[in-house]
Ligand binder design. Structure first.
Ligand code: PMP
Length: 386
């Protein structure tokens, strides 16, 4: 396919392209400056170590953290595993009860399933119909033996932003660890580990115009985790394995760029997103926007279209690249568990589309996408009724 015939990319929550400014910084670390950041005996190692130190400051910078509190990982899946399993293993003396939310990413939910196999007890909070959990729900779930609460910052499917600061504050007062999967939030909205009372935070480079396969776990000073990967004791013993220097350099630069451009970019994307959402909702019958529309990321909207078959809809929308409210499991197509948890009926969940915009989305992209959705839905409704 040539570039001009490729579908318009509106799936930035799935992954983002690497920003050319990020790639530029990464390239030398693949070739001339290929040293191992743990090599202490020559220039190649020293330069790599310095590049990693700079990236650590850049990542810490976007979180309001100290660079000593950043451990590099292969992405958010690994960071979530390390935070949750590491906290379980390091806190057996305190208890083994955990609290999370039914709409978390699988990288959190499946990690908790694993902990249950180890003997942990996990409370899964069900959010309200708008996708938000309340501080009261969290308060009610806490027990004397609760070790950790894990609530995502922003949801990948519907974009809703949880009341993280309030939950964090409550956890701090109760002496419970607070982890947040901030993969979709970092670089999109301001995140501050102190103001938000966060103890552990997961992030991933490929969601903010950095490369795939690089991420980090923020670990508040003084918090003990048991490493989940043993070896050369890299990252202060928290995560052994030779550091992915180009990936880490890319993550650092991606955080720097996103931090500098966040305020303006959020405003631009919110305007484009609102335009897309309003035009679809006002011209197509029986639509609904899923999730709270006020407390959400600026670049995401999740819309169900009531009058059409979900599977066919996605097949017909071949000029745009979007996600749907269904997931292919090995044997069948299942409606999104996130939308199900919000009480969205199966047929509406199947017929839901997640549009996620990003840095390279333009006014023209949005106008073309809206026209395409309108045309496809009109055709499907006509065919259905004729
Ligand atoms: N958490 C959330 C909320 C995500 O959206 C994703 C990526 N889809 C992940 C975790 C996993 O991140 P990674 O791809 O870096 O492992």
């Amino acid at each position: 396919m040539t570039t001009s015939t490729r579908p318009i990319y509106l799936d930035y929550n799935a992954t983002t392209p690497v920003d050319p400014r990020v790639l530029d910084q990464m390239l030398p670390w693949f070739t001339e400056q290929f040293g191992n950041a743990a090599s202490r005996t020559h220039l190649y190692g020293w330069e790599a170590e310095e590049a990693v130190a700079k990236a650590r400051r850049q990542v810490a910078g976007i979180l309001g953290a100290s660079e000593k509190e950043i451990a590099f990982t292969s992405g958010a899946t690994e960071a979530n595993n390390l935070a949750i399993k590491g906290a379980y293993e390091a806190n057996r003396h305190r208890g083994s009860h955990f609290v999370t939310v039914a709409t978390e990413h699988k990288a959190v939910l499946d990690t908790f399933k694993h902990l249950e196999g180890w003997g942990a007890e996990v409370t899964y909070l069900v959010p309200a119909a708008d996708g938000l959990v309340s501080i009261e729900q969290v308060a009610e779930a806490l027990r004397p033996d609760t070790v950790l609460v894990s609530v995502m910052y922003a949801n990948n499917e519907i974009g809703v932003i949880q009341p993280v600061a309030e939950i964090g504050k409550l956890c701090r007062e109760r002496g419970v660890l607070f982890h947040t999967d901030a993969t979709q939030a970092v670089g999109k909205v301001p995140v501050d580990v102190d103001k938000d009372y966060i103890d552990l935070l997961s992030l991933s480079a490929h969601k903010l115009y950095g490369p795939k396969g690089a991420g980090a776990l923020y670990v508040r000073k003084g918090i003990k985790l048991t490493a989940q990967q043993d070896g050369g004791r890299h990252e202060r013993g928290l995560r052994s394995g030779t550091l992915n220097v180009p990936g880490i350099v890319g993550l650092g630069k991606a955080c720097e760029v996103a931090g500098a451009e966040m305020a303006l970019e959020a405003k631009r994307l919110a305007q484009l997103r609102d335009k897309l959402e309003n035009e679809i909702v006002s011209t197509i019958n029986n639509t609904q926007v899923n999730g709270n529309r006020e407390h959400r990321l600026p670049q995401v909207t999740n819309i169900s279209i009531g009058d059409v078959d979900g599977e066919q809809l996605l097949m017909n929308l071949n000029r745009i690249a979007v996600s749907s409210g269904s997931a292919c499991t090995s044997a069948s197509v299942e409606p999104s568990y996130v939308l199900k948890a919000l009480g969205v009926p199966d047929d509406l969940a199947y017929a839901s589309i997640r549009f996620s915009l990003g840095r390279f989305s333009t006014e023209t992209d949005i106008a073309t996408a809206v026209a395409h959705v309108q045309e496809v839905v009109t055709r499907m409704v006509e065919n259905h009724t004729s």
